[in-house]
Ligand binder design. Sequence first.
Ligand SMILES: Cc1cc2nc3c(=O)[nH]c(=O)nc-3n(C[C@H](O)[C@H](O)[C@H](O)COP(=O)(O)OP(=O)(O)OC[C@H]3O[C@@H](n4cnc5c(N)ncnc54)[C@H](O)[C@@H]3O)c2cc1C
Length: 463
Amino acid sequence: MFGIVKKKPVEKLTEALGKEKVKEDTVNRRLYSYDATPIPIQRAMPSAVVFPESHEDVVKLVKVCYEEGIPIFPRGAGSGLTGGAVPTLEKGVVVSFERMNKFEVNVDNATAEVQPGVITAQFQDYVERLGLFYPPDPSSFKYSTLGGNIAENAGGPRCLKYGVTREYVLGLTAVIKEGHTIKTGNPVIKDVAGYDITKLLVGSEGTLGLITSATLKLIPKPKARATALALFNNLEDVGKAVTRILTSGLFPSALEFMDEDAIRAVEDYKPVGLPRVEALLLIEVDGTHQSVLEDIKQVEELLKPMGVEVITAKSKEQEEKLWSARKSLGPALGNLRSGKINEDIVIPRIYLSEAIREFREVARKYDLLMVIFGHIGDGNLHVNLLYDKSKTEEEERAERAVDEVFEVALKYNGSITGEHGVGLTKKKFLKSQFGEVGYELLKGIKLLFDPKNLFNPGKVVEV
Ligand SMILES: Cc1cc2nc3c(=O)[nH]c(=O)nc-3n(C[C@H](O)[C@H](O)[C@H](O)COP(=O)(O)OP(=O)(O)OC[C@H]3O[C@@H](n4cnc5c(N)ncnc54)[C@H](O)[C@@H]3O)c2cc1C
């Protein structure tokens, strides 16, 4: 006698979406089990990779997953650095949004409707050709997706002046528990009706539901930009210079910091002729052709009495060279040591000098090379602890040092993350930042959207 053969949960997904959208082969399962997280993390081969092509596909897939108890691991381009898109349970499926990559711009309303799989740079180039501007600029913009940026609330150098992704999301459509659709916000600047669920979903790292479209705010494209380099022979002066610039009435579009090891790393990797000084600031201003020249002159006048030399880029090529130096820092550090823990803590800028001193003390205590660079204007620093991957003891020392880096950030009322999110790698520190009551609220919110804990389980908050 033959018994009734029960269908595997994934077969039900294939039945609902079709074979072309559900891949169970080993190559796809392995390929989609990674993201860009540079440190070892818990990961599993998913049971399938699903490629929805529409909102309706997403509704169907969440319904099946909710009925069958299948964990869902959403994924954009997999450029995340905290394990957000990594599957951690074999029963789970990765949901890749790469086929949902359409967008439509409404020039008159200065808004856009975008699907999550749109590549950030492609969207930015398109709107800039229309005279509009979408400022959020993570360094991964050439390959990251808008869905991933929204889920991580991504930011970059320009966020000092223009704010992070959250400031540009006016509304969202998402699929939450049991396949229910939630539509939040509208293509308007002012909308104060009810709780702000749009802003809650931005930065939720795939743990509350799947974002299937977003309404983005666009602003006029600045007419001109100018870039300058400020050279410091004394690290302690950098914090003072940042305060001096930002309290002078100037509002730079970027204020980026590199310490001497960061400068060395870039020059060893792809030399652009950066001077060997103790630290430098890369300063960008934007506005009209006239105003940017005046602003850079004012920067020079502000920093001159501190003995700080300011060099202005004289051509587009020189500007691009300086920015390429800043943007190549990630790979450049790989040349110094084989292992790297890159944190993205935030410190209120009034405490920057003290905090940088304390970070360096942590590095000395653990006998590790530390390289610091980042968006110093908004207090968001990339504190990198470098180690030799082949030496387990050194790697463990680096992990212990990171704990102390977070302690310093929280002591100064800062944050454990300004860009990369919590994901898997920082979740053990989240309670310290939120406290018991705050953490309970986070758990309650998670379960309200996802009572079966199927959306990116084990990430951000433990329920
Ligand atoms: C070299 C490099 C430089 C970087 N620089 C920056 C930087 O300057 N600033 C910065 O903020 N980040 C930076 N990052 C980190 C990363 O690129 C960003 O977090 C980016 O927003 C991730 O986009 P992604 O499309 O790759 O998303 P993924 O990494 O695939 O996913 C990120 C998170 O979003 C979730 N997710 C994706 N799509 C959806 C969806 N449709 N619905 C719900 N959840 C979803 C995933 O589950 C995951 O939790 C950098 C990364 C690299 C490798």
